[in-house]
Design a protein around this ligand. Sequence first.
Ligand SMILES: Cc1cc2nc3c(=O)[nH]c(=O)nc-3n(C[C@H](O)[C@H](O)[C@H](O)COP(=O)(O)OP(=O)(O)OC[C@H]3O[C@@H](n4cnc5c(N)ncnc54)[C@H](O)[C@@H]3O)c2cc1C
Ligand code: FES
Length: 517
Amino acid sequence: MSTTKETATATDLSAGISASALADGDIMLGRVGEQEVVLARSGADLFAVGAYCTHYRGPLAKGLVVGDTVRCPLHHACFSLRTGEALCAPALDPIACWRVEREGDRVFVREKVQAPLRSPAVATPARQLPSSIVIVGGGAAGVAAAEMVRREGYDGPLTMISADADPPVDRPNLSKDYLAGEAQDDWIPLWPNEFYAEHHIELLLNRRVVSIDTARRSVHLEDGSDRPYGALLLATGADPVRLTLPGANDGRLMYLRTFADSRSIIERSRDAKHVAVAGASFIGLEVAASLRARGIAVDVIAPESTPLERVMGTEVGRFVRRLHEKQGVVFHLGQTVTAVDGRTVKLSGGATLDADFLIMGIGVRPATTLAEQAGLALDRGIAVNEYLETSAPGVFAAGDVARWPDPHSGERIRVEHWVVAERQGQVAARNMLGGRERFDAVPFFWSQHYDVTIRYAGHAEHWDEVRIDGSLEAHDCSIAYIRNGRPTAVATIGRDRDSLKAEVQLEHMRPGSPQIK
Ligand SMILES: Cc1cc2nc3c(=O)[nH]c(=O)nc-3n(C[C@H](O)[C@H](O)[C@H](O)COP(=O)(O)OP(=O)(O)OC[C@H]3O[C@@H](n4cnc5c(N)ncnc54)[C@H](O)[C@@H]3O)c2cc1C
Ligand code: FES
């Protein structure tokens, strides 16, 4: 985030700069009056837009210009340079635009302008619009779909039903700054409560859909009511894997999925001295980091010999382990928790630990019960085609619950990534409105451990080789997962722009693409 001093010293773009100062694809930070603006060049065109991403204020000057868009270096949101529109999640709100004028070789950024709006989907002639839209799920996919349905100009009935007690929240934050005590409660809701009424979104909270009648096109809720739908989106996400552990029946086992879960952990942490975390998953380790920030002693128990090895490879896994050990986390690897007896946690190796409570981070399962009951095709998740349609007409699925044909790996995959869930929600929204858009985004996720953020583009369940360029210890590297001679995923630490470049490269990769040297 920049300071007022930096704003004062940034190039005054209203005074003009030489057009040749910016080559094709360049982007620079400047200011117009008090406002920070970036000037970007795409071919012969120059654009001036707001300097910060509307998701988490990522600095767009450090992003990547791709055609007439700019991508944010932090979590890869993509904005139109022409209109400022947030084209791809996780940003949902637009950035401002300024008028650019050329006089000879000089470029001047003039006043802020109302950018021309693109034509919304509903304006397309002969579109078959659904009579109503129901979204089951108030998470990443559901919320992004609801927002996109309205952005595309649909004004029919739109209902979002969530089993969560809270309106949609920034779930990734629940294991990070919020749990560490560094983010306020009011940072967590994705939108203020009024947003839903203003956008005519009927938001039903604490309500569970228990069945779907795909013939009558209606969902049935636990409270006995029904909601008819013209198009239905299943965005039911995933549920934490729950264990029945001998002795663990006094509320000592805690899980983390919802805002309420995170609040409960914080409440219990207030006078805790020692917490055990079962599972060295991304979430388990983020929880460990956040509890260390609260000064709590943390033990992590996990069956693998190296944390995150299956996803990130051995070297990165060992690095992440060292990172946590330096902060005082104690690992018990190659072991599981077998029982809990009051404050005593028993491990499969025979050791015992003393803990105020135990947090389970042992993975999630896609929430497929509804889909299964409705007879939809399943494939370790809800099976969808490239348009995110399920096997039932008018029923779509998106997010953690959906397994889709990924054109980049040539495999059917299901992931648990925030950005993927939101982008699938956006594509599903346009397809529910009669579009025919393939979901072909390169998967992306990030994970934060103390001052280290890992960004990961692509998808690699298997690889032949891991190539590390740079230094893990210096927190400055990119890690390519190579299969059949080409990268299928690239992780970076401290090289955010390289992560964007890798994403662009992976977008052009298909099975059979030329091999790299
Ligand atoms: C603590 C935590 C930290 C994370 N951090 C990261 C991160 O750093 N980076 C990253 O990429 N990903 C992260 N993730 C993963 C990311 O949050 C998920 O991939 C994303 O939330 C999936 O979105 P979704 O919409 O598919 O499901 P969810 O966000 O889980 O939403 C599912 C919704 O469906 C509702 N629901 C389920 N069944 C029913 C029903 N029968 N009736 C009504 N409602 C129902 C639920 O109540 C919920 O509202 C994190 C996840 C957690 C839990
Ligand atoms: S801050 Fe830009 S995508 Fe998150």
